[in-house]
Design a protein around this ligand. Structure first.
Ligand code: G4P
Length: 528
């Protein structure tokens, strides 16, 4: 393959994930996006929370019972001249640290906001994670077919709460039952909405020019209202600026309804035109450019038991440079060995398929039996590690206890291995023999107990524990660290990798300790 062809492949890729609060419409918009990608004939088959379709990943009974998908998948589809990779981010009860880490493996994010509700908690949290890399954000204001809040208020809220400038690209014409469509500010055209067409790719009903008299004929009063509103909007909002968008300082905003499949195409047009192709990545020794011919990549997620028959684990690897070819060798930097990769997986809308080749920006799945961990780097031989794939401080904590006290060793082994997969973290207090499990999403606690039983034959239960948050602690000042260890030992623990951690009973306690020990650094994330 010539360099030119290789670069063409790289530059047409767009790798993104969706950030949203549960019920804002992530699943629905994913369905429509895939419909545009022509992956599904009729939208409505992505996750089927209720319909029971898309059952490729239901490896646990628990998952079926709850009607949610524990697993995350990667979906690749063509759109225009681009090849889009959409990394699913578990959002409901299946929310977990993987959701956060997936955001470190993308080049841009789509933020979906429920227009009636505005910015919600989960979105704030996820946005915070995207700020670690200043990932470019595209915004979709959803549910225009319902009565929404004043769109100007919505933009104000995004700007003030999420601290990012908003540049509306389209503007809604009324909402709810009166929803007429959107005005595309940059194309100067009105696209009219027709309800009940959500399952199809619709023929566009377009009126060119905001001052076109046809607009008055078609939508009457709302034409005048739109013109007035646009005067206001132009004064009150930012203009789109590609550079600021790429720096993560400004977000283009689209309005529409995912359920009605209206406006999703405008968003996809914006995403493919403006969102960056695969970006360079920092490592412990140098920056890797996607255009480099030598293969490199990192693992951001481990999925266990995707196929119950095989009891295998699949490591999700994001390619950063070079090309993956079936049967190639990769250097596993952490263990210092070359690994033959006969069959990597790709996740074409949920189906596991074997790939022949893959390029920077693509995600491939590597089978393994525990030799791969989160944060592992694979190269063509060069020795460095990609940085920026951290552990995130858990937000929920429970003490785990054995029914059979003789199995303490197996319990610890199981917990450390499960924490290496990244679903939960385990902490051992310095002062006692407790084992504390920390997670970002509540379902992970059930997953751990279930897997401890089935894979390690350990019967464990949880008890509540007085921990609100965790911080990894460091100091360049050994004396200060020793003093801190002595004085604060009741709150200190070691994590699965023996790193010192402060387990705070309350946020007030954490803030006080941070004030009291200025020479100690309290980190919310930990690099592998
Ligand atoms: P999530 O993945 O972000 O959690 O949200 P999801 O797409 O599942 O959407 C949550 C609910 O909002 C669903 O309704 C969905 O149909 C609805 N929804 C999504 N987009 C729109 C929209 O543009 N307009 C309107 N009116 N509703 C929308 P549900 O009743 O909870 O589920 P279902 O029975 O429709 O599947």
């Amino acid at each position: 393959m010539t360099t030119e062809l290789f670069l063409e492949e790289v530059n047409k890729r767009r790798t993104f994930a969706i950030i949203s609060h549960p019920d804002a419409g992530k699943t629905t918009i994913t369905e429509k996006v895939l419909l545009f990608g022509q992956l599904i004939q009729k939208a409505g088959t992505v996750k089927g929370k209720k319909s029971g379709q898309y059952a490729t990943s239901d490896w646990m009974e628990m998952e079926k019972e709850r009607g949610i998908s524990v697993t995350t998948s990667v979906m690749q589809f063509p759109y225009g001249d681009c090849l889009v990779n959409l990394l699913d981010t578990p959002g409901h009860e299946d929310f977990s640290e993987d959701t956060y880490r997936t955001l470190t493996a993308v080049d841009s994010c789509l933020m979906v906001i429920d227009g009636a509700k505005g910015v919600e908690d989960r979105t704030i949290k996820l946005m915070e994670v995207t700020r670690l890399r200043d990932t470019p954000i595209i915004t979709f204001m959803n549910k225009m077919d319902r009565d929404i809040r004043d769109p100007i208020d919505l933009l104000d809220e995004v700007e003030s709460v999420l601290n990012i400038a908003c540049a509306p690209i389209t503007w809604p014409i009324a909402s709810g039952k009166e929803f007429k469509g959107v005005y595309h500010i940059y194309r100067d055209e009105v696209i009219l909405y027709k309800s009940g067409m959500g399952h199809t790719i619709q023929e566009l009903d377009v009126i060119k020019g905001i001052n076109n008299p046809e607009l008055d004929q078609r939508i009457g009063y709302y034409a005048g209202q739109l013109r007035d509103e646009m005067e206001l909007v132009k004064g009150a909002s930012h203009e789109f600026d590609l550079e600021l968008f790429r720096k993560g300082e400004l977000t283009p905003v689209f309005f529409g309804t995912a359920l009605g499949n209206f406006g999703v195409d405008h968003m996809l047009d914006g995403l493919t035109e403006w969102a960056p192709a695969p970006q360079h990545r920092a490592t412990t020794t140098r920056t890797v450019e996607p255009s480099e011919p030598a293969f490199t990549g990192f693992v951001f997620k481990i999925q266990a038991n995707m196929d119950p028959k095989h009891r295998d684990r699949v490591a999700f690897l994001r390619i950063c440079s070079g090309k993956y070819e079936k049967g190639m060798k990769m250097h596993h930097v952490r263990i210092g060995k070359d690994m033959l990769v006969p069959q990597a997986l790709t996740f074409l809308a949920g189906d596991r398929e074997h790939v022949e080749e893959a390029y920077p920006g693509d995600i491939i799945g590597l089978h393994n039996h525990g030799t791969i961990q989160i944060g592992d780097t694979f190269t063509s031989g060069e020795k460095f590690n990609f940085t920026g794939i951290p552990n995130f401080a858990p937000e929920l904590f429970r003490r785990i206890r054995l029914r059979d006290p003789l199995k303490q060793k197996q319990l610890l082994k199981g917990l450390v291995q499960l924490s290496e997969e990244g679903a939960v973290q385990v902490f051992r207090p310095l002062d006692n023999n407790d084992l504390i499990v920390g997670a970002v999403g509540v379902l992970q606690f059930d997953v751990v107990v279930h897997r401890l039983k089935s894979e390690y034959n350990v019967d464990a239960i949880y008890e509540s524990v007085n921990v609100t948050t965790a911080r990894w602690v460091y100091s360049d000042d050994q004396k200060a660290l020793t003093e801190f260890k002595n004085k604060a030992s009741t709150n200190l623990a070691l994590d699965g990798g023996d790193n010192l951690t402060y387990l705070a009973p309350t946020m007030v306690n954490l803030n006080l300790s941070m004030e009291r020990y200025p020479k100690i650094k309290f980190h919310k994330t930990r690099e592998h």
